[in-house]
Write a protein that binds this ligand. Sequence first.
Ligand SMILES: CCCCCCCCCCCCCC(=O)SCCNC(=O)CCNC(=O)[C@H](O)C(C)(C)COP(=O)(O)OP(=O)(O)OC[C@H]1O[C@@H](n2cnc3c(N)ncnc32)[C@H](O)[C@@H]1OP(=O)(O)O
Length: 227
Amino acid sequence: MRCACLPLESLLAPWMSLRRTEEAESLPEVPEVYRARYSALPAAQPLPPLLVLALSQASPGVPVRREQAFRRSRTNFPNHFLHSASQGQDALGEAVYYFEADGEGVVQRVFVFWPLGVLLEGPPNFCHGGCGASLLDDAFGAFTNTRLRSMGLSGQAVTAYLHVDYKAPTPLPGAAVCAATLDRVEGRKVFVRGELLVQKPDGTLQASMEANALFVELKEGFASMKK
Ligand SMILES: CCCCCCCCCCCCCC(=O)SCCNC(=O)CCNC(=O)[C@H](O)C(C)(C)COP(=O)(O)OP(=O)(O)OC[C@H]1O[C@@H](n2cnc3c(N)ncnc32)[C@H](O)[C@@H]1OP(=O)(O)O
């Protein structure tokens, strides 16, 4: 029987080997809510098929809007754990962030596509659990901070706790989409939940990890964090 899943090459290429060109390229202006941390996708960069699949399953019939897809601005965050230190041909590839907002522009969900190389291994041929937790934490942070900003708040919140349930192994090499959304808000406390989605051999998506987290909006912002 023919496998219904997306071929691995289409999952990984060109994102695994992509080299950043944002510094040299003139990219479209990004809305203010996202601008501090994200840059637009270059015109030549297609949306990853796995991301499109996850979006179409989460919101059937809702058109995918390319202008809601971004890359992390590496220029602004050259020391970032996921976007700099862990990037490489066989490690993490280039992430694509897709934000869904409501009619008032308030961010409701984020989906983050990641190409996963063989150097992320924990169990043989599968992703390290700590790596998956980091990807979920990053998606939760992206969701929380952009949501806060989209509501006119600081957008400066950090993880207080992160709970991850590992439901199935995450294959390598491969690709995953982290999905994050709001659970509830209590004052400065933002409770977030989500999952890490991978594609099964039959083509359907499966949550290999489920997670929930508490983010706390800092009283005086990142600048107040002391060493
Ligand atoms: C401008 C653009 C810049 C962009 C920069 C990009 C950076 C992106 C960054 C993205 C980040 C990516 C992700 C990362 O990597 S973030 C990095 C990992 N996280 C940290 O390093 C955070 C370290 N912790 C702290 O700094 C403080 O503890 C925080 C700030 C969290 C709270 O200390 P604060 O003094 O402020 O507040 P509080 O202690 O009064 O607590 C407040 C409320 O919260 C409740 N609570 C607290 N902890 C827990 C817990 N574990 N379980 C259950 N509840 C907990 C607490 O009971 C209280 O509730 P209530 O009594 O009010 O009901």
